[in-house]
Design a protein around this ligand. Structure first.
Ligand code: NAD
Length: 296
């Protein structure tokens, strides 16, 4: 039986810890919210009154906390975990924190001969309850293999992100994209209603196009990723259509900050001589401005 010290029993952590118990592991749990600890104890966990107590004699230490400052404090600060845990236990931070904080924690724990990997999760608290999270594992192959039986109880899919610190990087990029797209989608669907479209019609049309499906699996593979910038739909025309939508939004009174910002990117692309290239060349433009080699 594996013993796991689990710290942070909120919306996500409580469900994840419960699934580890159901899978036959012994859980020692701590949260500053005593009700959360009692709730897990009722499901078979050993209730602890400090993080340090929760990590004595364990094989793994899992943290699922709101932010990086708290993870650092629990592991290396007042929480006293690093001093109290066995040196051969593996720390797995599953919180969503700043990647540079993850890098620093891995380095600072290594100084104390403690190994840490990160495994932030994708999906929602419903998936945490169902044990179907997406586990984005950042660690050595050995660390991931060691933690895999635990991951299999909390999630339905584990991605080896490619090394220490890479799990949290892919998590942040994934969240960046879906969070920004959420805002853009809200603008678009609000504008469609304001100009008289049926909500369901707009949703149905956009669900079948790159608007709703995204570009990675629709427009990019055969064009910019294949090094082909000959226009299937050119930047000049995309810039024109974006302008019409923004003008319309100004006339009917819908705020479109995401669209306005992206028009500038198309504008910069045109100014840089890409007006007659395929619209997927915006990827080339951003790579160029960021000092990366272009794809085509
Ligand atoms: P939450 O606020 O519900 O839970 C955090 C828990 O940490 C709380 O129970 C809190 O009491 C506890 N805590 C705070 N400080 C502590 C300390 N010093 N010692 C011990 N316990 C402490 O948050 P959540 O939704 O469970 O999210 C946890 C992490 O998972 C966050 O980093 C979040 O970004 C990430 N995440 C959340 C979701 C989601 O859908 N909620 C999805 C993916 C990732």
């Amino acid at each position: 039986m594996t013993t796991v010290g689990f710290i942070g029993l909120g919306q996500m952590g409580a469900a994840m810890a419960a699934n580890l118990i159901k899978g036959g592991n012994q859980l020692k749990v701590f949260d500053i919210n005593k009700d959360a600890v009692d709730n897990l104890a009722a499901q078979g966990a050993i209730a602890c009154s400090s993080a340090a107590e929760a990590v004595s004699d364990v094989g793994f230490v899992i943290t699922m906390l709101p932010n990086g400052a708290l993870v650092r404090d629990v592991l290396l600060g007042g929480g006293g975990v690093a001093a109290a845990m066995p040196k051969d236990a593996l720390v797995i931070d599953m919180s969503t924190i700043h990647p540079l904080e993850t890098d620093a924690l891995i380095k600072d724990l290594a100084v104390q001969d403690i190994e840490m990997m990160e495994a932030p999760v994708g999906r929602t608290s419903d998936h945490a309850v169902a044990g179907t999270l997406l586990i984005l594992a950042g660690g050595t192959k050995d660390q991931i293999a060691r933690a895999q039986p635990l991951f299999d109880l909390m999630g339905s899919e584990t991605v080896d992100a490619g090394g220490p610190g890479k799990g949290i990087r892919v998590k942040i990029i994934n969240n960046y994209m879906s969070i920004a797209l959420n805002a853009l989608s809200a603008e678009a669907i609000t504008l469609s209603e304001k100009i008289g479209l049926e909500f369901d019609t707009a949703m149905s049309v956009m669900s079948g196009t790159p608007a709703g499906k995204g570009h990675f699996t629709t427009t990019w593979p055969n064009k910019v990723l294949a090094g082909d910038l000959s226009p299937a739909f050119m930047i000049d025309l995309a810039h024109k259509d974006l302008g019409i939508a923004l003008d319309l939004a100004n006339q009917v009174g819908v705020p479109m900050p995401m669209g306005a910002a992206s028009r500038e990117l198309y504008n910069i692309s045109r100014v840089s001589g890409r007006g007659r290239q395929d619209w997927t060349a915006v990827l080339e433009q951003v790579r160029d401005l960021s000092g990366l080699e272009t794809k085509a």
